[in-house]
Design a protein around this ligand. Structure first.
Ligand code: PRX
Length: 656
């Protein structure tokens, strides 16, 4: 579709809410008024109505020590009790919590009663390994039920988990285990990827035996998933199947303080060191449950919900584990890739389980567009009634395709903007309430306040002017800090525009109707397939290779993945440039240091890098080269001939 026909098509569509949908929707227009009338009373009401407290809270928000927030002060609750036990106690033990679909076609149906037993056994097992309230547990696992059991078992004990995405390397795992000082690691022998087993525990072994470092890890609990050969340390390693099934299937869930840490999740920042974003108990659970109810419109008695994210990312935390389970929802958990064993696998799953709410990422939708609309057309997807998108801006063309070929031309699409740091959805339409605008996340949800600021930190509302997105009021699921580094927390989020504004790091603008359009990161953070990667982290991985003298990384526009990693590298004087071979070696080196997701699409070996007189690399110019554009203004370069040198002398290699 050309841009013109796309916009005239959009113009003709009626995207106002359907009255039948509105009649049953959890979200209502008056929520906006209630939240605007009294921010704290609104959130107190959400906390009390959606969550079960062991002790009620005395104060809704303590912002006296801003930017360090305390929500629902004096309250206590247990997250696992809220996500599991209370549903069983309410008589819903027979309701399916998880329809698990293994990549190879094996399935498991786990009811809330089953979940209560499994989580209790896992909690008893972790305690038998010495895990106590406050200890950290690293989780390095694929998308299997034991991963959910483990996370909830940690929550039950009050031992913050740190889930590390299974696509990260041993090196990345080591840094994260060390930073959180994890006492126990839970992992699997291997994970299924496109029909083949890939080892996982081996990376844990390497992460623990890292050089001469003393590791904090005392025990490694291993689920057998792929029958992959593993090395075994008898004094440290324990098989899940030897320990967990024999545990008692009841476990007393102790209430935790509302501000007790629930989890740490590492995310990329603008420096080479990942940030351990940490979230706490009461506020996080309140907002995860609230948003899953009003944005995804989950009706636990009737819906089958499916969030396709990996639990290694925040979306998997808030919208596979905590939000839907707190609401007592029935959901699908799928282990594998969308094209195994065929490109219709997702739609087959939708048909099989009658999925009614699907939450996924634009990069997946664009991949399906490439594969063709005839593939979803082969399946009965009439059960779908709400679609969600997260991770990056969804381009209107992908929005329309999603609506038509997945949503039966009628399902509302909620484009949800949020971050690891925000813990839960912040800007999004409410289905049944909002008239949709394809490509825009639209408005802060009730209870959330955002503004767009200009370079001088002044809020504005003029349409089409580009500025910086900030959040102007504390919210319950906000990060409570960066693990072990309160200064970096203040500096990163609360200093760019002063202590009143949380700086999200995203560019944004309003349209004529006052909708917010997110325009991507304004810092040195890339968004590749909805995953955050830091330019600095990849640069430092590249310079750790003995042949590399200097490296600069940019995120270049990519049709499928949103952005792709492009690296410019200067080799050391004594290194030999073997062309394609060197390029492949460097790409593999990054995959080894960080993980396959960080592997550059392109590595370009160049004689020089464009720098300002103060020595700052001008990534903007490199982006022009990577995106095959005419190179922009070079007048601030220390040596303006560098760009032609780069373009002429470049030897480049691209992805497999
Ligand atoms: O740039 C924004 C983009 O993803 C960033 C947050 O990444 P992460 O912490 O990994 O969390 C991703 C899942 C919540 C944001 O700063 N982003 C996320 N959702 C959207 C988005 N950009 C535009 N539209 C969205 N809906």
């Amino acid at each position: 579709m050309t841009d013109d026909s796309l916009s005239s098509h959009l113009h003709e569509m009626d995207l106002s809410p359907d009255s039948a949908f509105t009649a049953q929707a959890n979200g209502t227009a008056d929520l906006y008024d209630a939240a605007a009338a009294d921010h704290e009373a609104f959130w107190a009401e959400q906390a009390r109505s959606r969550i079960s407290w062991a002790t009620d809270f005395e104060r809704t928000l303590d912002w006296d020590d801003a930017p360090f927030a305390k929500w629902f002060v004096g309250g206590s609750l247990n997250v696992a009790h809220n996500c599991v036990d209370r549903h069983v106690e309410a008589g819903n033990g027979d309701r399916v919590a998880i329809h698990f679909e293994g990549e190879g076609g094996d399935t498991r149906t786990i009811t809330y009663a089953d979940l209560q037993k499994e989580v209790s056994k896992a909690a008893n097992a972790l305690e038998s390994l010495g895990v106590e309230t406050g200890d950290r547990v690293a989780v390095y696992m694929p998308m299997i039920p034991e991963t959910v059991f483990t996370m909830l078992a940690c929550a039950r004990i009050g031992a913050p988990h740190s889930v590390i995405f299974g696509g990260f390397s041993a090196e990345a795992l080591h840094t994260r285990i060390a930073d959180a000082e994890a006492k126990v690691v839970v992992t699997t022998d291997g994970q299924w990827r496109r029909g083949k087993p890939a080892p996982l525990k081996a990376a844990v072994d390497a992460a623990i035996h890292h050089g001469d470092d003393e590791s904090p890890v005392e025990k490694v609990l291993v689920v057998k998933r792929t029958d992959t050969d593993v090395e075994w340390d008898d004094s440290r390693d324990v098989w899940w199947h030897d320990l967990v099934p024999g545990q008692p299937d009841t476990h007393e869930a102790q209430p935790m303080d509302s501000e007790h840490p629930l989890f740490i999740l590492y995310t990329s920042g603008t420096t080479g060191k990942p940030k351990g974003i940490f979230h706490t108990t009461g506020g996080y659970l309140t907002q995860a449950a609230y948003t899953n109810a009003v944005v995804h419109d989950v009706h636990p008695e009737t819906d089958v919900y499916w969030c396709t994210a990996d639990v290694g990312w925040v979306t998997g935390h808030s919208y596979i584990v905590y939000g839907p389970l707190a609401n007592g929802a029935t959901q699908v958990l799928y282990e594998g890739t969308p094209d195994t064993p065929h490109q219709g696998r997702w739609w087959e799953i939708v048909e099989k389980y009658k999925v009614s709410i699907l939450y996924t990422a634009p990069t997946a939708i664009r991949t399906f567009m490439k594969w063709g609309a005839d593939i979803p057309a082969k399946f009965d997807m009439s059960s779908i009634r709400v679609l969600g998108s997260v991770g990056e801006p969804i381009n209107p063309e992908a929005w329309l395709w999603y609506r038509k070929h997945v949503g039966g031309d009628k399902a509302p699409i909620v484009d949800t903007w949020w971050q690891t740091e925000t813990g839960a959805i912040m800007i999004s339409p409410l289905p049944g309430v909002t008239t949709l605008e394809p490509g825009s996340a639209q408005k802060p949800i009730p209870g959330i306040s955002a503004e767009i600021l200009d370079d001088d930190g002044n809020p504005f509302t003029e349409p089409e002017k580009v500025g910086y997105l900030v959040l102007t009021k504390p919210w319950p699921s906000m990060l409570r800090g960066i693990w072990g580094d309160p200064e970096r927390y203040k500096e990163t989020y609360w200093s760019r525009f002063g202590p009143k504004y949380y700086f999200a790091g995203d560019g944004a603008k309003y349209d004529e109707k006052g909708n917010i359009w997110l325009l991507g990161r304004v810092d040195d953070v890339m968004n590749v397939s909805g995953h955050r990667l830091s330019t600095a982290e990849i640069e430092s991985a590249l310079v750790s290779h003995p042949s590399v003298a200097e490296a600069a990384v940019v995120g270049a526009a990519d049709e499928t993945t949103g952005q792709a990693v492009c690296a410019f590298v200067i080799l050391r004087g004594d290194a030999v440039d073997n062309g394609e071979e060197t390029v492949q070696e460097l790409r593999n080196h990054v995959a080894k240091e960080i993980g396959p997701i960080a592997k550059p699409r392109q590595v370009m070996i160049v004689p020089e890098l464009p720098k300002t007189r103060s020595g700052k690399i001008m990534r903007r110019l490199l982006k022009d080269v990577a995106e095959n554009r005419e190179v922009g203004d070079v007048t601030t370069l220390a040596d303006s001939s560098v760009m032609s040198l780069i373009k002429e002398g470049m030897s480049s290699g691209s992805s497999d």
